[in-house]
Design a protein around this ligand. Sequence first.
Ligand code: 6LW
Length: 503
Amino acid sequence: MPAQSQPARPTNPVISGFHPDPSVCRVGDDYYLACSSFEYFPGVPLFHSRDLVHWRQIGNVLDRPEQLRLPVSMPSSGGIYAPTLRHHDGRFWLIVTNAREGGGNLIVTATDPAGPWSDPIPAPGVPGIDPDLAWDEDGTCWCTVAGVSQVRIDPSTGETYGTPRALWSGGPGAKAPEAPHLYRIGDYWYLLIAEGGTERGHGVSIARGRTPTGPFEPCPANPVLTHRGTDHPVQNTGHADLVQAPDGSWWMVFLGVRPRGGTPGWHVLGRETFLAPVTWEQGWPVVGQVTSDLSELPWPLSPAPAEERRDDFGLGELGPAWISVRDRPAELFTSEERPGWLTLRARGGSLDEPDAVFAGRRQQDLTCRARTLVDPSDGRGGLAVRLDERHHYAIEASGTDVRVIARVGSLRTVLAERSVPAGPLVLALTVTEPPPPHGPCTGPDVVSLGIEQPDGTFTEFAALDGRYLSTEVAGGFTGRVIGVYATAGTVHFDWFDYEPLGG
Ligand code: 6LW
């Protein structure tokens, strides 16, 4: 299976595409990082790095149905929110929220972060989202959540002790104090939080105290990171975690977005993971510039993981970058029916359904191309770029009929429909910059959908403004995912490829 596609140059974002709420920890020379996954299965992508810049996805923490059930009644952008990943006492610990009715906070552990991870341990006494785990010197574990409040917990049972106590809620008047992480650094306990909401006002603030339970004194220079009101190309910076490198230097991972187009700007890749250096002044962290070029790191960079663009569906199991909507039952996603092909069996008649049979990967590049060789003789299916059930563009085939469908909010339309010769065919889409002139109403990008002729030329069926597949239009916490789907019968896919286009 292909490795996670990574930039060849050391650039920010360090993990591009919809990979928000990063939580990082280091064990020896190895860093591990986990992100939110919302309505997608498997949940909680897990990455490994040796240099904080090049990350390779080594698995998903919640990759068995027994660990993660996301019902169709759960709206998109519900589900798995904001993990905290820590290493303590020879084990990895991950606490995360399943934000659905009857969900709640849960803890999983593993000795190998690539898995398997344990079945979830429910933590019903943890009151809210964005849980953090921190252990003090005597082994007492504290769970701190958005708000910000804290309760003592036994992470091996999920049992909490006493009632949650309010700790600190960030700057005066700032909304949404969330994403707390608590650390012992030197003589202080530091409480790092996000505030201002996960939109353009987002920021990171910090307070410190002598004990893990406070009292906490806010940093006079708060927020220690925000791009609000600036013209920085990376916006919405917040939801951060700190890590110390083996050389003693400190680093922050955090989420940010890259809005493009005119006003108000649209971001389409979701919230991505960025890296910035941290220095300390008078016991407070100072976050360095968020630069796009990370070549000047204080250690040699490991080679970027190989970019394998094509997935041949040969090994019988989808690689870790592949995600599906809410679940992925083996009988509906199989390579046993036709070896070397991925066969999808439809459930639900369109991508508008919350249980559509879809397997995709995050769009990780501002401009890119995706293609798939599909055999539509036994059903209907194709290639889609998906933001959620209500926002997606697709090109699909059924027998000799090929059409482009756009769903934007409550509007659903077939934009183009043509006949093609019977047999397998290549469906393709590109995401490119809007053609000039650029003005205040120009969108972020253009999604063009069509078919590739046997001679390799592209025949465009429709070109659509990308803003309608942006978070600013659709709402929510995710980003675009590009993949294959079936909406009737059985549809076979021989390969899928995805490549950045550059520029
Ligand atoms: C997450 C919260 C946030 O729980 O967005 O940006 C929420 N920060 O901390 C969903 O990712």
